[in-house]
Design a protein around this ligand. Structure first.
Ligand code: IPE
Ligand code: IPE
Ligand code: MG
Length: 242
């Protein structure tokens, strides 16, 4: 591992913002004859390990897709299990505090329980002054929903006369997004074998390098992250230039 054997890549080769679609918990559990919720539990443990590792190797921002606006379609018991797991999870993230990780949440709080929302707010407030990696956890997040909500905010400001049509440019619009203050995604990782975006961070991934791997999320290791980062460091990013 980079961290263990000091093969740490130079900072310039390290993605500033890594986004991860945490996928494959259900299949991981099925392979072992376990319940899907056991898969989610294991996936949550894996997430803590990988997030702390990313912070240690110097990643500035990590965003993680934990629950999408489409995941409400799942059976009710799976959804309620996931919500309970999220609550429990947020009660046990002391390591992030110890390692100076700043935790924020993206997504709509509206449909979430008051208990969960209160915990999210408390964590955001408690970690606001931290100077380590920004960890953005996406709960009830959808890229399209985020854009529509930014359009609504923009329309409201326009109607109230706070912004003129000419002032609405990319930078302004971006500032209306939930993820407005985060840097663009440099590296998007999707474990679990599927090759799709599933409505994650649509605006911020415009020029992301996209890395797919077959490892099911609960099995994901620091070595898998190293491999993705090494792959990233070899990309020639042109951003439309030559
Ligand atoms: C990701 O694992 C967790 C969430 C989407 C909440 P999945 O539950 O999607 O696992 P698979 O894709 O069914 O294996
Ligand atoms: C994407 O995984 C959402 C999260 C990881 C939270 P899904 O398992 O929901 O995505 P699809 O349904 O395979 O596209
Ligand atoms: Mg899935």
């Amino acid at each position: 591992m980079f961290f263990k054997n000091k093969r740490k890549p130079p900072e310039s080769a390290l993605p500033g913002h890594i986004a991860i679609i945490l996928d494959g918990n259900g299949r991981w559990a099925k392979k072992r004859g376990l319940s899907r919720s056991a898969g989610h539990r294991k996936g949550a443990e894996t997430f803590k390990k990988i997030a702390l590792y990313a912070n240690r190797i110097g990643v500035k921002c990590l965003s993680a897709y934990a629950f999408s606006t489409e995941n409400w379609k799942r059976p009710e018991d799976e959804v309620s299990g996931l919500m309970k797991l999220l609550e429990e999870y947020l009660d046990n993230i002391g390591e992030f505090e110890k390692e100076n990780v700043r935790v924020i949440f993206i997504g709509e709080k509206k449909r979430l329980s008051k208990k969960l929302c209160d915990k999210m707010t408390e964590i955001e407030e408690k970690s606001a002054e931290r100077t380590g990696m920004i960890l953005a956890i996406a709960i009830n997040y959808g890229g399209r929903q985020e854009i529509v909500s930014a359009v609504r905010n923009t329309a409201k400001l326009s109607k109230e006369g706070f912004v003129s049509d000419e002032q609405i440019d990319e930078a302004f619009f971006e500032s209306m997004l939930d993820t407005g203050k985060l840097p663009d995604v440099d590296l998007l990782i999707r474990p679990g074998g599927e090759k799709r975006i599933s409505n994650f961070l649509l605006w911020k991934i415009s020029y992301a390098e996209i890395y797919f791997c077959d490892t099911l999320w609960p099995d994901y290791t620091e070595k898998d992250l190293d491999e993705a980062v090494l792959w990233y460091s070899k990309r020639n990013r042109r951003f439309g230039g030559v």
